[in-house]
Design a protein around this ligand. Structure first.
Ligand code: ATP
Ligand code: MG
Length: 339
């Protein structure tokens, strides 16, 4: 290889790297339980581009929240992070001290947790909770200056400043959810993780809240990881989708491609099982049981439910590979496409 080719290669790689705000590499997390180790996340790797919205979908228990919480280092016992890297602009969050990580939360990476509206402190006024978040990041400004900043952010999420004097129980679900979004964007983080941010809301409010999240994300130029079950909502809100199964990513593809031409048999079944609006079919679900994470199946996690199973699927663990540009799949059906 010539020097020019090598330097061209390095340039290409580093510009690729620069485009990735977050890179998760081989993340492995277990929960210690009396019955043994529950392998909740088993070697998850993905990246998030600047300004991108990535959806994480998968059946209940597939490891979505465990992944989301680990990116913020918010998992406590019985969870054990067994390995991997969470690189935010190249800096491994898993290696930061507690104090460094405390500073990074909200300022660099923020989470709207699952059931976020119940995460607000019930005995504290909304304004005080928002001011606390800012003060925790050394904004030693006068109360009036803090309030002005907070009012700006509330305005972004379509709330009026009078809610600062309200307690959470005085607000509707949609309003509480907007407060959680306001909290997450207060310090303009580079990455926002939203874990099922609207699942407790009715459909109309869900769409409105998602629209707000999308708008503010755009305004502050943040990237978003959106965790959810609702493929319809995902289709409208994200650029790429990562499908999780049994603590692993089985497919990561641009949203259009995944609906039109799903590659992994699990994704194919997931898309085929979506209710069709015209025929008003009921959601069928996918036949078979989700895998035990205490005693996971050998080889490919999906082999016991897979309609396209081959002999070596019971033995060999498939890895996530880019089988064509921007399409990542972990399935032996595509072994011949892997360089
Ligand atoms: N504290 C815990 N102790 C033991 N096992 C746990 C604990 N929390 C989660 N798990 C297990 O880890 C696995 C992944 O759970 P996780 O909450 O990440 O899934 P999820 O994809 O977010 O599911 P949902 O769609 O229901 O929110 C599940 O098998 C779950 O039972
Ligand atoms: Mg969850």
């Amino acid at each position: 290889m010539t020097v020019e080719a090598i330097s061209g290669n390095i340039k290409e790689q580093s510009s690729l790297g620069a485009n990735r705000v977050l890179e998760v590499k081989d993340l492995r997390i277990s929960y210690e339980t009396p019955r043994g180790l529950v392998r909740a996340v088993s070697g998850v790797s993905f990246f998030l581009k600047r300004g991108e919205r990535l959806g994480l979908v998968g059946e209940s228990g597939s490891g979505k929240s465990t992944t989301a919480l680990s990116l913020m280092r918010l998992l406590g016992p019985p969870a054990i992070i067994e390995g991997g890297q969470v690189l935010l602009e190249g800096k491994d969050l898993l290696k930061l001290s507690e104090e460094q990580m405390r500073r990074a939360r909200f300022a660099d990476i923020a989470l709207i947790p699952q059931g976020a509206m119940n995460s607000l402190n019930p005995v504290m006024k909304v304004g005080e909770q928002l001011r606390d978040t800012m003060r925790a990041h050394a904004f030693n400004e006068a109360q009036s200056a803090l309030n002005a900043r907070i009012e700006d952010v509330l305005d972004w999420v379509d709330l009026t400043s009078d809610i600062m004097d309200a307690y959470p129980h005085e607000l509707s679900g949609g309003m509480k959810q907007r407060v959680c979004i306001a909290m997450a964007i207060l310090l303009r983080p580079k990455v926002i993780i939203a874990d099922e941010p609207t699942s407790a809301l009715d459909v109309v409010v869900q769409r409105q809240v998602m629209e707000t999240l999308r708008r503010v994300q755009n305004d502050i130029d943040a990237s978003v990881i959106l965790v959810g079950h609702d493929m319809g909502l995902m289709a409208q809100c994200v650029d790429r989708i990562g499908v999780m199964y049994g603590g692993k990513l089985v497919e990561v593809s641009p949203v259009r491609d995944i609906f039109k031409n799903p590659q992994h048999p699990y994704t194919q079944m997931l898309i085929a099982s979506l209710p069709n609006l015209e025929s008003k079919e009921v959601f069928q679900g996918i036949p078979g049981l989700t895998p035990s994470l205490l005693n996971p199946p050998s080889g490919c996690m999906f082999h016991p439910r897979c309609p396209q199973i081959m002999a070596h699927c019971e033995v060999d663990v498939p890895t996530l590979n880019e089988i064509k540009p921007d399409r990542w799949v972990a399935c032996h059906l595509y072994d011949d496409k892997v360089a």
